[in-house]
Design a protein around this ligand. Structure first.
Ligand SMILES: [Zn+2]
Length: 95
């Protein structure tokens, strides 16, 4: 543990972040995940679904389309609760 660990954590963080970014997620979020979880973070990002395939719903206040897991609307800042299932769109699923 020590310098070698930091180098390994950095390398895992970097590769995890690059994959996460390519999938449309946040570079820095995945960097931290990879740096903390190492190989497990890398596996998690490889298995993670592309951002655009995540189910979406509309913010009831400003009507911005946000991901289902988002809890606070990034545009108007209002809290979002679990929506009516009929209001959820699944871009990656036909129908
Ligand atoms: Zn909103």
């Amino acid at each position: 543990m020590g310098f070698e660990y930091l180098v390994i954590a950095f390398l895992f963080g970097l590769s995890t972040a690059i994959i996460g970014k390519a999938k449309g997620s946040s570079f820095w979020v995945w960097f931290i995940v990879g740096a903390v979880l190492l190989i497990f973070g890398l596996i998690a990002v490889v298995l993670s679904r592309r951002e655009k395939d995540e189910p979406e719903r509309q913010c009831p206040h400003c009507l911005k389309a946000v991901k289902l897991y988002v809890q606070v609307c990034p545009r108007c800042g209002s809290e979002l609760f679990m929506p009516d299932p009929r209001a959820v769109r699944h871009p990656g699923v036909r129908g």
